[in-house]
Design a protein around this ligand. Sequence first.
Ligand code: SAH
Length: 395
Amino acid sequence: MDGDMTALPLVFDAPRRGTPPRHLADLTREEARAAVAELGQPPFRADQLYRHYFRGVTDPAQMTDLPAGVRDTLTEALLPGLLTVVRHQTADNGRTRKTLWRLHDGALVESVLMRYPDRATVCISSQAGCGMACPFCATGQAGLTRNLSAAEIIGQAVAAAAAMANGEIDGGPGRLSNVVFMGMGEPLANYARVRKTLDALLTPAPHGLGLSQRSVTVSTVGLVPAIRRLTEEGRNVTLAVSLHAPDDELRDTLVPINTRWNVGEVVEAADAYAARTGRRYSVEYALIRDVNDQPHRADLLGKLLAGRLAHVNLIPLNPTPGSPWDASPLPAQREFVARLRAAGVATTVRDTRGQDIDGACGQLAAADRVEGVPSVAVPVPSVEPPVELGAEGDD
Ligand code: SAH
């Protein structure tokens, strides 16, 4: 294994940058009503704003249920544009669309909308960059720029829902059905905002997108205290854990956070989550040629997961710039699957969408790729202070 690939430090504390302007989606309903009242409007106008927001209406002229004289004021005060499209890229015959967004401070993030015959899924970012330093992931290699606000995360899902409803994706108008936190960032390192996002995704209209719990997936490197916290919250969203190795020795290098919470602890925390929700969790495993795809590792993974409420989602590695690693060849993939299934572990291989637009898992690296837009990634401090993970209200 190439030692240089794991040289980045783990970063939990996002650098502090200017907070985005106040937005309805960051407020509680009471706060929203109070904010509207402060502007001299009856509090029920907050509900009207929520309805427009979650339907993706951004043009005040279309808010015809609001008096013409207050549309602009209310929009400016509570629905400022936080996400500006830099560009869309499509792939897979128009069924996959990656969007590069610019945030108020110039930070860049990406989201990917994928349409399937029976569903439409948006993969959203929870941080600009990522501090988890996984050596095979383009985002991890770019370091952490900052946490996104709840409104910046929610806005990606709202935009995807609107794109589906407006027929912007090939196949005619449709409905956004699934959200996965598998874009840039470690969602559980931005816990409070991600939790707020879950509320917005699950709450029925007009105060949310009304998605079902099982169609929302939070994917994590395995921040054990935060998984425990999610378990206590009582939400039943799908949990995905990025394992990538069944043994601590290899996982220490592939998923450096393993040096803090190891394979056994991560699986135990995920088991507790599954025990509470009654639903199985996903174990994500990127198949990397000659690194983690050996038959004996398949057997070890099978032994680890047999009898647990888990299923394995294998992801043939998507190549990232500068990495010496490749996807496992097909015969190795098939052997890996066969061994897991023989051990009694449900296993699927993930369909790789958007690879040719660098939109597939682990390829999102917005900051590096835009000509004429300065990269805003800040230098990653070489010594990170110990932090209490999942602390509420770190803003
Ligand atoms: N921080 C979260 C979300 C990351 S993206 C997490 O780690 O779970 C979602 C998945 O893509 C993770 O399992 C991640 O490990 C995986 N991934 C990252 N880089 C990849 C790559 N180059 N090829 C395939 N999968 C990758």
